[in-house]
Design a protein around this ligand. Sequence first.
Ligand code: NAD
Ligand code: UDP
Length: 345
Amino acid sequence: YLGNIRANSSRKTTYKGSYSLYNNQPKRRILVAGGAGFLGSHLCEALLNAGHQVICLDNFSTGLQRNIAHLRRLETFTTIAHDIVQPFDLQIDEIYNLACPASPPHYQSDPVHTTKTCVLGSLNLLELATRTGARILQASTSEVYGDPNVHPQVESYWGNVNPFGPRSCYDEGKRCAETLFFDFHKKHNVETKVVRIFNTYGPRMRPDDGRVVSNFIVQALKGEDITIYGDGSQTRSFCFVDDLIDGFIRMMASPSSLTGPVNLGNPGEFTIGELAEKVIGLTGSRSKIIHRPLPVDDPRQRRPDISLAMQELGWRPKVNLASGLLQTIGYFDHLLAQSTRELEE
Ligand code: NAD
Ligand code: UDP
């Protein structure tokens, strides 16, 4: 099946990242917590393509069976339905912790469970890593910088986070998870790795995900109004999923002395207004732009300083915004056509 998994999925592209880094390593049993989600399903696929045995653990709160349907026929792929808030046991060599809803509407819908997922979930996975001797990587976030006073954001910046606003369950949960990772490393010699991910987009985002790229593309394809929150002058930096997965795998394969945190993101910075114009241009949509109130504590600006990732991992993103958006538009176009057909049948 090597290299051909994707032929059965709805994407036509192949990974151009450096997953071959893994091909020369002994094959491992790898746990991907959150493996049925947007990023997790791409990671499972890349690890399977490199010949590893992959266990996808997910509570399917935001993850979807269809994201991993094409992997199920592989003997090297197993799925476990489980919530990481509850402890569990497995014999495992490596753990990627991606389990946590990432979209603001989703993580805010049950904020206490989001904090539990970040904190108790990370604790359970770190205890599993301690018992099994597994190396463990945490998918942290640029949200640890909050509404940043330092721009672009470097790893040494401590951030500007509201501890009791609507985003706090996620931001503070992820900050506490980082604390646990570093303390388990110091106290129990666990081989820990922390990456801070900046806004990442691509195929397999949910149409109802609620994040800006999927919202704009789905609105444009359906000819609905494009909803800019606030005046659209706030900025974000958008990384295409394939680039990010390459960064994950490089980080996991890096020397044990590199614990992080390491920023992973595309340093190209765009206003949300510019993103809306780009999506309209690339889809050829007639949608018009409307404005909605800016959510509370919405960060004004975001751009990663990726010097550390470039220096330590030899990593830099390769996919520019237009090309990544085109691939994502292709995915949603296919998905929307499919659901229209299903409704008609
Ligand atoms: P996603 O919502 O698509 O995926 C999250 C996955 O975790 C889903 O499959 C969900 O069902 C699962 N999950 C949630 N809570 C769980 C729990 N308690 N137990 C077991 N499984 C659980 O989001 P994503 O964009 O793929 O993000 C993946 C990870 O990367 C998250 O940890 C997120 O915080 C982090 N991250 C993502 C971005 C981004 O831009 N995509 C940015 C920063 C950080
Ligand atoms: N946003 C928007 N319209 C939408 C969804 C989001 O203008 O339909 C804005 C949102 O207010 C924020 C930016 O786009 O300023 C990025 O939002 P997203 O939820 O994707 O990520 P995050 O805010 O967590 O970086």
